[in-house]
Every structure is written in C-alpha cells, then in structure tokens.
Design a protein around this ligand. Structure first.
Ligand code: 13P
Length: 250
C-alpha cells in the first residue's frame, strides 16, 4: 500500500513571530509545486497565528507541538485543542520525548490527548521512541510496544485513520547521531506490527510512521526513501528554509 509521506518541522522553542514570518515567506515559494509529500510546520503556540496566516492557501499545514487533553479549564500555561482549531491549526504533536522527559508526560496522558485530537478532527502525530539505556539493554521492542499500546488504549479501528506515528529514538534527537536506515526500518516494522495487533492489518498498512532524530539534508533520502518510513519529523534542520526544503525534496 502506498502511503503519502509527511515531512514535518518541529521548531521546538525557537523563533519570534518576525522570524517565523521570514521563514514562511522564504519557504513557501521553494515548495509551492511540491505535491509528492504532505508538509507541516509545528511552531510554538504564540507563533501559530502568524504561521497559519502566512501558510493560508498553500500546500503547507500548521499544527501545535502540544495540546492539553481538556477542551478548556484552569490549566495555567496550557493550550487547548479548541484554541488551536480557532486559530487555524490542523495538526498536533502528542507525547514528544521532550514532553515526556521534562514535563512528565506518560502514556496515559498521551492517550487522553490522542482521544481529544481525534474527537476534534485534528491530525495527531504521536511520538514514541526508546532512550539509549533501553536500546543498550535490548528493550527497544518492548518499550515501543508499551508506548503504542498505551497511546492507543480505547482507540477503535474506525477512528484511527488520521493517526500518524513518529518514531524518534531519544538518543538520536539533537545529538547528530541518526539511527541507521536498518535500525529505523527495524523499529518501524515493530511499531507497525504492534498497530496491526491492536487495530488490524488494514489500519496498520495505511498508518504513516515517520522517523525523527537528526534528520538532515544529507541523510534524508537514505531514511525517508525506505519502504517502512513514511516521512520525517525534523528538529534542528527544519529551522532554515533551505535545509528544510532539501529534506522535503529528498
Ligand atoms: P533533531 O532533528 O534536532 O534531532 O530533533 C528531532 C525532533 O525531536 C523532532 O521532533
């Protein structure tokens, strides 16, 4: 089954509105006729209105890096899915390893956020991945299975179609250490097999699984070109229009 790749930029906590606007102005013309893949930008919440406005009518979608699972409430510092949609965001990352590591997000919280995103028709990109100690202890497969099972609790096959998974080995994030294509493909097969167990072979065959972790222009083809890998979630190399364009056009 052919899956349309998604090439996504996670800007993390970088850029001011002026810098975000400059990126969009430079980037959109570079990818204007690119239809092979879907493209999405994930800026900080305060940048969302600027980036959504700049990408209006283009082939580039915009999403949040995080949402709360509640639709509104007394949750100081959080952003709700209703707010995201109101400013025109269509996607959201969920459970990025930096959220798990620094903000104590658990599989249970990820699961609640996934339900919220699906309920509101926002495309969820669920991030999973093992830390170095897990890999060295031979626990990669069990960690990935636990994360997928936890994230997908209570999700039925009919509702799962919009879900995208991003496999981001934590040891490869921001370190310049990319997983080899073999390591990445192997992890993607484990993840897809787990999705098949939980939601059936058809859902698993259609679900996009992105790779993230030190994706750069010079390694993008070797990774995204693989049958098992359906796109990329890019951090550092997504901050400049030229390097992100080179990855989009791998
Ligand atoms: P880097 O591409 O900077 O390693 O970041 C990956 C990432 O965390 C994307 O979500």
């Amino acid at each position: 089954m052919s899956r349309k790749a998604l090439i996504a930029a996670n800007w993390k906590m970088y850029k001011t509105p002026a810098e975000a606007k400059a990126f969009v102005d430079a980037f959109l013309p570079l990818v204007a006729w690119h239809t092979r893949d879907e493209i999405a930008l994930f800026p900080s919440p305060v940048l969302l209105p600027t980036v959504v406005e700049g990408c209006k009518g283009s082939n580039v979608a915009v999403g949040a890096q995080n949402i709360h699972f509640a639709e509104e409430g007394a949750f100081t510092g959080e952003t709700s899915i209703v707010q995201l949609k109101a400013v025109g965001g269509t996607h959201t990352l969920i459970g990025h390893s930096e959220r798990r590591q620094y903000f104590a997000e658990t599989d249970e919280i990820v699961n609640k956020k996934l339900h919220t995103a699906l309920k509101h028709g926002v495309v969820p990109v669920v991030c999973i991945g093992e830390v170095l100690e897990d890999r060295e202890a031979g626990k990669t497969a069990s960690v990935l299975k636990t994360q997928v099972t936890g994230a997908f609790a209570g999700i039925v096959p009919e509702a799962a179609k919009p879900i995208v998974i991003a496999y981001e080995p934590v040891w490869a994030i921001g370190t310049g250490k990319t997983a080899t294509p073999e390591i990445a493909a192997d992890a993607h097969r484990i993840i897809r097999a787990e999705v098949a167990t939980l939601l059936g072979a058809d859902v698993a065959a259609a679900m996009r699984i992105l790779y993230g972790g030190s994706v750069k222009p010079d390694n993008a083809t070797a990774l995204i070109g693989l049958e098992e890998i359906d796109g990329a979630l890019v951090g550092g190399a997504s901050l400049k229009p030229d390097s992100f364009t080179a990855i989009v056009k791998y």
